[in-house]
Design a protein around this ligand. Sequence first.
Ligand code: ZN
Length: 71
Amino acid sequence: MYVETKDGTCRSCGGELEIVDADDATMTVECRGECGDSYQVEPDAFGDGCMTYYPGFLTQREESDDEEGGE
Ligand SMILES: [Zn+2]
């Protein structure tokens, strides 16, 4: 899930960020810009009050998990 550049950009190069992982306390973002850096941020790091990116990423991940089969 990509982060809109108005909400947050790479701390190193200012490039676009993609959320690639999340757990109870952090999200892991990966730079799609020049540096390709990846690092952890707080769930509300993008000023959305944990209302957009964090639950959005978790929902997206749950949906893709479902595709892997199950019941
Ligand atoms: Zn970068």
